[in-house]
Design a protein around this ligand. Structure first.
Ligand code: ADP
Ligand code: MG
Length: 280
């Protein structure tokens, strides 16, 4: 083993070791200064560590899927201002220990955006944990049963971003509502939450089985928060809408006598949309 290979191994810098021969060639060709050469070699290593760290954080965050802000189609989701979302992507809200609340019907992109912001945070060096509201409650209930609730809330408080997905899909019993409230109030002004819900705040009393708990929780959640209200049709049905579009186009090609029934896409599309309403 050459002395350099040995030294890189001692330093645990495999990316720099791998890049060295090419960088040395380039440095000779382009007559880099010693400082420039050393900086480039070291930067190779720090870049690689950063991206590996990001990937490791993404893994431990337990996102249900990989989604990015770049993939988000703002032309489809017209109720959001692109600038608002891109600004959130700069992660100032994390530094300010503020929250992001995403409200809207199923399929409008709430989970997508929460993951995309979470992945941004991971890549920027922050720890993130993604769970559904039901999973958070189960985790906290477990800690409570074994007398570790306080310890668990303390541990979670040191994670800069927790994502609570799907508040409202399943109503909470009083213990669950109380645990959720504890999570929110512990993090208030100390660390960020992203919360998604398919129900407007006015229905949260029903979800939590108690108007007062719900009001106290909403108060803490929204005091320092960006609230995004998503509207519109489910993105999941987008391709089906396209299919209907294609179908009505095909029907226009039929002889006029076949079209006296009006536009059949109306009849098919409406009940279909109704039937899927409320489905996550
Ligand atoms: P919600 O959580 O609001 O029910 P999701 O975020 O799970 O909805 O979105 C459902 C699916 O549609 C996901 O695969 C998501 O990536 C996609 N999707 C939703 N809205 C958009 C959008 N505006 N642009 C691109 N993909 C979207
Ligand atoms: Mg969702």
């Amino acid at each position: 083993m050459t002395e350099l290979a040995h030294l890189f191994r001692e330093l645990k810098a495999p990316a720099a070791a791998a890049a060295l021969p090419k960088l040395a060639d380039r440095a000779r060709e382009q007559e880099w200064s010693y400082e420039q050469f050393l900086a480039t070699v070291l930067k190779t290593e720090t870049d690689s560590r950063e991206s590996h760290g990001g990937q490791a954080r993404i893994k431990t965050a337990r996102f249900p899927a990989r989604k990015t802000l770049e993939e988000f189609d703002f032309a489809f989701q017209t109720s959001l201002r692109r600038e608002t979302v891109l600004h959130l992507g700069q992660l100032d809200f994390l530094a300010g220990k503020e929250n992001v609340i995403l409200l809207g019907p199923p399929g409008t992109g709430k989970t997508h955006l929460s993951i995309a912001l979470g992945i941004r945070a991971c890549l920027a060096g922050h720890r993130v944990q993604f769970r559904t509201a039901t999973e958070w409650v189960a985790l906290l209930a477990d800690a409570q049963r074994s007398g570790r609730l306080d310890h668990e809330l303390d541990r979670l408080q040191r994670i800069p971003l927790l994502i609570v997905d799907e508040v409202g899909y399943i109503p909470f019993d009083p213990q669950a509502a109380n645990l959720m409230f504890m999570l929110v109030s512990r993090r208030y002004e100390r660390a960020s939450l992203i919360v998604t819900s398919n129900k407007p705040f006015s229905a949260w009393g029903e979800i939590f089985g108690d108007e007062i708990t719900a009001a106290a929780m909403i108060d803490r959640l929204v005091h320092h928060a960006e609230i995004l209200a998503l509207k519109g049709d489910s993105y999941r049905l987008k391709d089906r809408d396209l299919a209907f579009g294609a179908r009505s186009q095909a029907l226009r090609l039929l002889p006029a006598t076949r079209r006296v029934w009006g536009d059949p896409t109306e009849k098919v599309a409406k009940p279909y949309l109704l039937a899927t309403e409320g489905v996550a």
